[in-house]
Design a protein around this ligand. Structure first.
Ligand SMILES: [Zn+2]
Length: 93
């Protein structure tokens, strides 16, 4: 009885691992791309409008719509967040 139980546990553990391994493989592949994009390039800045709660990459079409009078520039994502801004859903800064 005990042996059967142990066998089941081993099988269950054996089944669980190979299943878990391939699953993150695909997201990891996609993650490499987003990881390459996510860290800001050295010297990259982020822009936001004074009267909006969203910040952008300077290349974002929405960032380019911000008039110079309203434009606020942040040296980093963290700085923008500290100012209460949220990342833009379009350019995903
Ligand atoms: Zn944007």
């Amino acid at each position: 009885m005990t042996r059967i139980l142990i066998c089941c546990l081993v099988l269950a553990a054996g089944c669980g691992q190979p299943r878990a391994a391939p699953a993150p493989a695909k997201p990891a592949g996609a993650g490499i791309e987003s990881d390459a994009v996510a860290p800001a390039a050295p010297g990259e800045q982020f822009v936001a409008s004074r009267d909006r709660q969203v910040f952008h990459r300077p290349s974002c079409k929405w960032a380019q719509r911000i008039t110079p009078a309203h434009r606020v520039v942040y040296a980093s994502r963290a700085e923008a967040r500290r100012a209460g801004k949220r990342p833009c859903a379009v350019c995903n800064p």
